[in-house]
Design a protein around this ligand. Sequence first.
Ligand code: HEM
Length: 509
Amino acid sequence: MKHGSNLSDNFPQSRVSSQCKTTAATIFAPGEVGHLDNNGAGQDDGWKAHHFDVARLGIDQSSARPVVLLFSAATLWLLIGSSFGLIASLKLHWPDWLDHAAALTFGRVRTVHLNLVIYGWLSQAGIACVLWIIPRIFRTKLRYSSLALYGGILWNIAIVLGATALAYGQTDGEEWLEIPWQIDMVLAVAGALFIVPVIATARARQVHHIYVSGWYFLAAVLWFPVLFVIANIPGLHSGAEEATVNWWFAHNVLGLWLTPLGVGSAYYFIPKIIGKPIYSYAVSLLGFWGLALFYSQVGIHHLIGGPVPTWVVTLSVVHSVMMFIPVIAVAINQHVTVAQNLWALKASLPLRFISFGALMYTFASFQGSIEALRSVNTVTHFTQYTVGHAHLGAYAFVSLIFFGAAYHLLPRATGRGFGSPVMISLHFWLVVVGFAIYFFALSIGGVLQGLAMLDATRPFADSVTVVLPYLQARSIGGALMTLGHFVFAYNLLRMFTSESLAPSRVPAE
Ligand code: HEM
């Protein structure tokens, strides 16, 4: 590998300047700093390529097909998955609704919801971001892109099989690991087909430095397969040990898979759209290594009070609290970069989604660290509060970043713009307002539920009735979120069918 020796493959050699020698600026082409990168998402005047995108055209074209496939399929699963979430939510206050078929009972609908949004929507959208950003930061074409395409096809076959199996009651019986292990093997093979192109592209990179998004992505594609395979091996663990491995895996899906995908994407898109390097590149190191060091042990805080050794739980609580360090590091970097350029939020709709998502990462992590304290957990455990927290992380943080990423990168991958900004704004406000209702309803309802359960003078039924209005409010919030997802899918459809095809790959300037 000759670092930086030949960019002509995809990126004109003549454009390398001293500006790109600073590590934080490796995401920019020479001369690009200072240029807002906002074309394509919600432009009234049609789609025009960012001047510098023309120079990256070879790189972008190499990843465009798998990226478009993955985002399209992810959006489909988002629609189906959130509809299942809404059905599950409604059933909690209309228990007799849809009770005639086993496949539509709460236990199955909830499980289908969870698996579709995690593996169908979030994982695919995240992999699409990796496949888009990795070649850009390494300034070379995506290697073996057809493997990634086959990986996408196989992954979706496995999702169809997995969701069908769950609806028919075939499950491995552990939360987040419900998909039968035979189908998990198909997912693992599909995953390997994504990893090979990412590693091969990293090895062929044309820059010496690995930009911070690259650390997060490369770590995620190595961590997750290990977690997934170990946790899915049938018969390896049993009893309390099985529960420990279950929660080690389940929390690490968030921490070592979805979090690096979301944080890595935000680290690329925020400065890229604003046109300025992130606030402090040195601090980003702290954020990455802090996550690597502390996150892997936090999952056992789900078993506080459970039949596992106290020291294992204590270790996990300590690690959960230590997570403040990397989270504050990421917060300083991402929020200060946005705060110093607030004008860009007005100019760029994708940035609005991504910055909101990044802010929610900070909130979700702070909340999680506090929720792991035994004193707090005594109240919140086994309540709807936890579900609110799960959606703060998996939805408000990761999903919002991926919505913004889709609006930003799909016009570049397809050569078509999204058109009307009104529909993108509508999507934004539906999901933000819907989520706010969802989150506050479950947080308040969850605490009341927990306090009722702890009060020995009150009958258990009180803890059920007290939360009822909050569950109804959650359904209203969830319905707005789901509606927002249909608006998102409509925007995507309009983009795919729009007339304004690639002529505008000619630069706007
Ligand atoms: C991309 C969108 C979404 C993601 C990533 C997501 C993620 C999750 C996660 C991680 C859980 C497990 C929570 C836990 O066990 O603590 C869950 C459960 C659930 N979600 Fe979602 N969700 C999404 C959208 C929705 C929507 C739109 C609704 C509509 C109301 C919804 C309703 C539910 C319900 C009812 C549960 C089961 C809660 C329980 O067991 O009491 N979700 N979701």
